[in-house]
Design a protein around this ligand. Structure first.
Ligand code: 6CC
Ligand code: ZN
Length: 267
């Protein structure tokens, strides 16, 4: 039979157990360098090598393609903006951005800061740019193959930069649907002002979705993105997990994982 697909806890009951919730996820999801984690900000160690990021083409406006993939809303960054600096070993190329959220303003982020969770969390997923062909092989298994820039989102003032994404949600209620933003925006239109991106936390972890591969160098920025409550609610209101449009897409948040022997650093 088609293998049972993974899902979030909120979906397990609604689908009368026809999908695997977070405690049953396979792959590397049961290993010990997993994400997300709670970040104890006073225990995080200042690391002087965690300098500012350099963002390339983050100012480039684009009519991005937006998709409901059954777990989240994904914005495909095909023009591949890149990042470097920020204590990263090399340049990384953006692949996609997606978000995690809840209707509850303190249950929608995946990471927490000193036990506090927020309304949403946005992840910009980047792939390590390989060097020469020689070091391509082992590079694929490195702990920092993927760099995710994580931004917490809290309810506050209206954010005009997010409107083209918020308005695109109505076009893609069901899994597998995709659309294009009706207005071009840049990644910087979605982020806090660049000068506010100097303060961040850093640790090595995993994808927060199956197979939970432990190949992510995480950056969690301190400065939150602010969205109006109505913009936040739009994600839970317009999107569905299922084709029958019975299960609203919300609480697509993995439970917190143990820090274990890992250290969290801060810029
Ligand atoms: N099918 C799906 N894949 C993802 C995904 C892919 C890559 C990554 Cl890196 C992540 S995360 N949450 O760790 O940033 C999520 C979401 S939903
Ligand atoms: Zn994510």
């Amino acid at each position: 039979s088609a293998e049972t697909h993974w899902c979030y806890e909120v979906q397990v009951d609604a689908s009368n157990h026809s999908c695997l919730g977070p405690t049953e996820w396979g792959g590397d999801c049961h290993k010990h360098r997993q994400s997300p984690i709670n970040i104890n900000t006073s225990q995080a160690q200042v690391n002087k090598s965690l300098g500012p990021f350099s963002f390339s083409s983050y100012d480039q406006k684009h009519y991005w393609k937006v998709e409901n993939n059954g777990h989240t809303v994904v914005v495909w960054l095909e023009d591949k903006p890149t990042i470097a600096g920020g204590g990263l070993a090399t340049q990384y190329r953006a692949q996609q951005l997606h978000l995690h959220w809840s209707k509850m303003m303190n249950e929608g982020s995946e990471h927490s800061l000193d036990g506090h969770r927020f309304a949403m969390e946005m992840h910009i997923v980047h792939q390590k740019q390989n060097g020469t062909s020689s070091n391509k092989t082992e590079a694929q298994n490195s702990q920092d193959e993927i760099a995710v820039l994580a931004f917490i989102v809290q309810a506050g003032s209206e954010n005009d930069g997010f409107q083209p994404l918020v308005e695109a949600l109505s076009d893609i209620p069901r899994p597998g649907m995709n659309t294009t933003m009706k207005k071009s925006i840049s990644l910087f239109d979605l982020l806090p002002k660049e000068e506010k991106l100097r303060n961040y936390f850093r640790y090595l972890g995993s994808l927060t979705t199956p197979g939970c591969e432990e190949k992510v160098v995480w950056t969690v920025f301190k400065e939150p993105i602010q969205l109006h409550e109505d913009q936040i609610f739009a994600f839970s209101e317009k999107l569905y997990y299922d084709n029958g449009q019975k299960q609203k897409m919300t609480d697509n948040v993995r439970p917190l994982q143990e820090l274990g022997q890992r250290l969290v650093f801060k810029s």
